[in-house]
Design a binder for this molecule. Structure first.
Ligand code: MCF
Ligand code: FE
Length: 403
């Protein structure tokens, strides 16, 4: 059992509660939050550490990233979605090989942990990141991806997916939870979706999917037009969209689902997602770099933040993502936005993934980070200051253990 104290504790409760001069007593789970003296007399056997001028808060949760693309710097073409996708197909082999050779997945995981992210949702297209994720101290929801739009190859795609999924199940542990990702409405045949959703329901898993990420996706799914029409002609003679967006959302009814991006989603689609009690991931930098619209977060009751992969971003740090979001949503009140971004990187992400993480509350898991903050910081500036100045954190606890 441990007690840690600091000038500020950010609880990440709904009201963004801050405890001044507080302390937390915990083992694997959080036992109590109070003043240091009170906790020390209540739990005299606990190990004690005072971090002084610092913030203690839940470890950050990045619900959507692609570690297998971590070798990318400027090989992939940014600016528009289908242009980017073509470059992925062209450069994929090289990028994956480069990543294996340079062990860049392990390095990416190290930088993620140093930045204070203690849980990730890793979208895995090929299974190359499986062992690294399974052995990392970071908690991983390992989303085995399924895709395939051509009916002629759906059985092969499903077989190949199943093999990866079964392999990942063999690694399952407290910090490695196998799950399933359906790539996107333009890339995954409804036959495949229905098939994997049977497994999802039987095993009560969380599903992750890309949804309405780009203007190209909007034009294709609504009207069968635009750059996707050209793109698919390379594979099939007379390509047609596989499904309407609202129908796609309907497939996931009754399943805990995370829709990543939604930058081009319309009001009816957002309403349908919320009516099904499902979650929306916001990746502001990835959207900017792939030419998508700004997601109107001010219209959403909740959202969580994620970095996406280095395939469409310049870092895997949620602090960098929060700084990007502060700039992107330039009409929103700075202090309120800062709080929402912190909640979106902790509480809301934990909730979307169905974890007892992301909040400092009795019974929640003890994934905690310690971030230094100048002594003279006023309470009203704590959230803004954290976002503007944090690169690496001073201390990380995962499941109550100091890493
Ligand atoms: O999230 C970004 C952009 N949107 C879609 N997909 C990916 C992203 N980063 C990597 N991907 C992967 C995706 O999982 O690229 C492939 C999929 O395996 C594109 S479809 C051939
Ligand atoms: Fe993604």
């Amino acid at each position: 059992m441990k007690i840690i104290a600091a000038k500020w504790i950010l609880l990440m409760d709904e009201a963004f509660g801050i405890v001044e001069d507080g302390a937390i007593c915990f083992d694997e789970r959080i036992i109590a939050v109070d003043g240091a003296d009170q906790l020390k007399s209540r739990y005299p056997q606990a190990e004690f550490e005072d971090f002084g001028d610092a913030v203690i808060m839940p470890g950050l949760i990045n619900a959507h990233t692609h570690l297998e693309f971590s070798a990318n710097r400027s090989q992939l073409r940014l600016g528009s979605f289908v242009g980017w996708l073509e470059s992925v197909i062209e450069k994929r082999e090289g990028l994956l090989a480069q990543c294996e050779a340079k062990q860049c997945i392990d390095r990416a995981l190290d930088t993620i942990l140093e930045s204070g992210t203690t849980t990730i949702g890793a979208i895995s297209s090929f299974g190359l990141d499986m062992e690294s994720c399974a052995k990392s101290p970071i908690n991983v929801i390992y989303f085995n991806e399924i895709l395939g739009s051509n009916p002629a190859v759906v059985d092969t795609m499903y077989g190949e997916f199943l093999e990866r999924y079964e392999q990942s199940r063999a690694f399952a542990s407290k910090s490695f939870l196998p799950a399933i990702s359906v790539h996107a409405p333009y890339s995954t045949h409804p036959i495949l979706i229905r098939k994997v959703l049977e497994t999802v329901k039987a095993e009560n898993l969380v599903v992750s999917t890309h949804f309405m990420e780009s203007k190209d996706e909007r034009a294709w799914l609504d009207r069968g037009e635009g750059k996707f029409a050209e793109f698919f002609k390379a594979f099939v003679p007379d390509p047609k969209p596989l499904i309407k967006p609202l129908e796609y959302i309907g497939l996931f009814k009754g399943v805990s689902t995370i829709y990543t991006h939604c930058a081009e989603a319309n009001e009816a689609e957002i309403k349908a997602i919320l009516a099904q009690d499902q979650a929306i991931t916001h990746c502001p930098r990835s959207n900017r770099y792939l030419g998508s619209s700004r997601l109107a977060i001010e219209k959403l009751p909740a959202f969580h933040l994620a970095t996406d992969g280095l395939s469409s971003n310049d870092s895997l740090s949620l602090w960098d993502e929060m700084r990007g979001a502060l700039m992107m949503h330039s009409d929103l009140d700075l202090a309120e936005l800062a709080k929402r971004l912190l909640l979106g990187s902790t509480r809301e992400a934990g909730r979307a993934l169905g974890l007892q993480k992301g909040v400092i509350k009795e019974g929640y898991e003890s994934d905690l980070i310690v971030v230094p903050i100048p002594a003279e910081t006023e309470e009203s500036m704590v959230a803004i200051s954290l976002i503007l100045h944090t690169q690496k954190v001073e201390g990380v606890y995962v499941g109550g253990e100091r890493i």
